[in-house]
Design a protein around this ligand. Structure first.
Ligand SMILES: [Zn+2]
Length: 481
């Protein structure tokens, strides 16, 4: 259940000029959607372009707000001061209201669209201070969304909105408030949608703005629908239009980098990466960081001869330090990557010690996770693993890990490689709460061991799949911790 609270924006202005906040029961930090209804700067159509829109974006995972702003006979800069004050208040209460301070979007309709777009252009020009702590916050929205917006008061614009906003100054200032003339290199990314059949605020308004943004090389998307008069709101009964909120969320995710908490399913995937491939640092780790995923990187060095031929594909000490700095786990995969079942106890000890020494000399912690080179469980390593205080050792046995039954030095994991996506899908489908699935990847791509190759594009697809489907993704050491 989501409830609301409404607070006045100013001490000395009518209390109906206000910010309404949708209160969630959880305490997860989320992006903001500040909803700004239209009404030609003459009224605020809250029941049609306020409440239903805020409810929809709340259901899409936002902290939702509705702005009630001043309109005619009040003139510029009053409506702009109201939206800036609202943005500052939201930022000032970010902790308390569980808001991601740099993920603040505004969505306006018709003249509310003009107000939102102007907010992205005039945030430094209009004084919205109120004499409290919120004054110190930025008034700039991080992204601007507008539905069938009024943009211009020239050509095919909506003159009534302009006259209501500017009053006696309309003729003198109408060009200045034709927003397509104001786009600059700091204008926030903008998402617009419009219908071809809109006769009240013609499509040209959005086309002009897209053109102006594109000329300034600013990110802008315009979605045009064929049918529907002005004021389609959520596109009720019009299946063609009705998907725009989801499209807007994709814009915020992909183009603006907004962060959305994923829905927790209680299913965990443990990601492990073998053989110290250099592209784990260059390609894999940045993507994992983007999704907030943890992972374990198992380090080996191979033989001197191999290393002399492939040094450029193998991580160096700086790479290891970088992975550690980014919060990833670094594990031991033995120095020479030999079949450990055939080694003497002395050789086993030397293989493990050499990697531990490498990590220690790079200034990294002693590893607590080990991965058997080549994959198979080697019973003869138990004593050494215990002596070196390893907490986990990973094999490659193609089944989920049952932490209550599997011995700690025989954790099963499923290798993923090649171009067929089915093994990955089958593997992650086996994850259940309490029974994580451990995956093993090699190079992304793997040019030296092509039989365990995964292409960067496919890897990206896999990570997105895990994020979109609510998996928790972590390192070996983090699962039981
Ligand atoms: Zn390996």
């Amino acid at each position: 259940m989501i409830t609301t609270e409404t607070m006045p924006l100013w001490k000395d202005v009518d209390a109906s000029i206000s910010l309404t906040r949708y209160i969630r029961e959880d305490t997860v930090d989320r992006p903001v959607m500040l909803v700004v209804p239209g009404g030609g700067y003459a009224c605020v159509c809250r029941s049609t372009e306020g409440t239903p829109i805020a409810e929809r974006f709340a259901s899409l995972g936002f902290q939702a707000f509705i702005l009630n702003y001043r309109v005619a006979p009040e003139r510029f800069p009053k409506p702009q001061q109201d939206i800036f004050r609202a943005i500052k208040l939201i930022r000032a209460h970010a902790k308390e209201w569980h808001v991601l301070k740099d993920n603040i979007a505004v969505i306006g309709f018709s003249a509310g669209g003009h107000l939102c777009i102007s907010a992205g252009l005039l945030y430094d020009e209009v004084d919205a201070s109120a004499g409290d702590a919120a004054d110190a916050e930025s008034a700039r929205p991080d992204a601007v969304l507008s539905a069938y917006p009024v943009v211009t008061f020239l050509g095919k614009g909506h003159f009534g909105s302009g006259k209501n906003l500017l009053g006696d100054e309309y003729e003198a200032r109408k060009a200045e408030f034709s927003l397509e003339t104001r786009v600059n290199e700091n204008t926030p990314p903008t998402f617009l949608w419009h219908t071809v059949e809109d006769k009240v605020v013609p499509l040209e308004n959005s086309l002009l703005y897209l053109d102006a943004m594109t000329k300034q090389k600013r990110p802008c998307e315009l979605h045009v629908f064929q049918k529907g008069a002005h004021g389609q709101q959520l596109g009720y009964g019009n299946e063609d239009i009705a998907g725009w909120p989801e499209q807007a969320v994709k814009f915020l995710k992909v183009i603006c980098g907004f962060k959305f908490p994923h829905k927790h399913t209680g299913k965990t995937i443990i990601l492990t990466f073998d053989d110290a491939c250099k592209n784990h640092v260059k390609t894999v780790a940045p993507l994992l960081l983007k999704y907030g995923f943890g992972a374990t990187f198992f380090i080996c060095r191979f033989s001197d001869e191999w290393r002399s031929q492939h040094a450029d594909t193998l991580m160096d000490e700086n790479d290891l330090r970088l992975l550690h700095k980014w919060g990833f786990e670094i594990g031991n995969h033995s120095w020479n990557h030999l079949n450990m079942a055939k080694l003497t106890p002395e050789a086993v000890e030397a293989e493990i010690t050499a990697i531990n020494q490498l990590l220690i000399s790079a200034g990294l912690p002693t590893p607590v996770s080990f991965a058997y080179p080549g994959g198979p469980y080697c019973e003869n390593l138990n004593d050494a693993l215990t002596r070196f205080d390893f907490r986990y050792a990973r094999t490659t046995e193609k089944r989920p890990w049952n932490p209550e039954e599997d011995p700690k030095y025989r954790i099963p994991a499923i290798p993923i490689s090649g171009t067929d996506t089915q093994p990955f899908m089958d593997a992650v489908a086996q994850a259940e709460p309490g029974k994580p699935v451990v995956l093993v990847f090699h190079g992304v791509p793997d040019t030296v061991h092509p039989w365990v190759d995964t292409s960067p594009a496919l890897f990206e697809f896999y990570m997105k799949y895990l994020a979109d489907n609510g998996f928790d993704v972590c390192a070996m050491k983090d699962y039981l911790a």
